[in-house]
Write a protein that binds this ligand. Sequence first.
Ligand code: SF4
Length: 279
Amino acid sequence: MSEQTTTDPLAALRAAARAKAEQREASKAAHHAERVEHGREKRSLDELREIARRGAAELAGSGIGADDEATAEQVIAWAAREFGTSVAVACSMADAVLPHVVAQQVPWVDVLFLDTGYHFAETVGTRDAVEQQMDVTIVDVKPELTVAEQDAAHGKDLFGRDPALCCQMRKVEPLHRTLAGYEVWVTGVRRDEAPTRTSTPLVTFDEKNGLVKINPLAAWSFDDLLAYAAKHQVILNPLLNDGYPSIGCLPCTRRVAPGEDPRAGRWAGLDKTECGLHV
Ligand code: SF4
């Protein structure tokens, strides 16, 4: 009687997935070792101010919105030349377009996720998918107090009574503390997002946080963002297709109606329009 062999049809797929994961881990470890070896002291504020001034002059073309303004890729190429790996990308996990654009030229770049404790499950899921699938390094930026500790110290649901203080403690202060370790931060701010953002420059010096700030997608529209995501198969937060064109913390974000201002769902009913990160 012939000997029967059993084969697992998924074995080859599992092995390939394992090999790919090992390859990514090795690439990430090598990159981080190189960062440690070639890391240098953060330059002085005056030096960084001067770099921002030169960069703004070099990349702005004839002015905001002009045809000769630098593209997102050109802005990132400049940042990679000027700052090496001392780059932080801010990402709300509404989409992973900005991390994708930056990682093309700065692999394993640090992507800062403001872990407020109040996110939608879909946003946390997007963060996890980005960490598992993209060549970036997720850095969870946490507030000093957990939600329970904040409730005990300031009363439950502070966001409903004093959202400015809640944002200050859960977003602005933790980001400020984290940015102290970098020379430049990259944001996804676009001029078309809100009247407060129409004159967003490509490069500026962020006096409040003490480092250079670049906004490489400033000239993009929401459609440009979606087109890039479709072309490069970039991860999107599923809420974007569920009536949330702008996604923040769950208690402070509601769906918007078709045709409504995309940011109308943020702190709806209050005169607050910004969390304080970009003002
Ligand atoms: S968006 Fe709302 S819940 Fe989130 S930190 Fe600001 S006030 Fe608090």
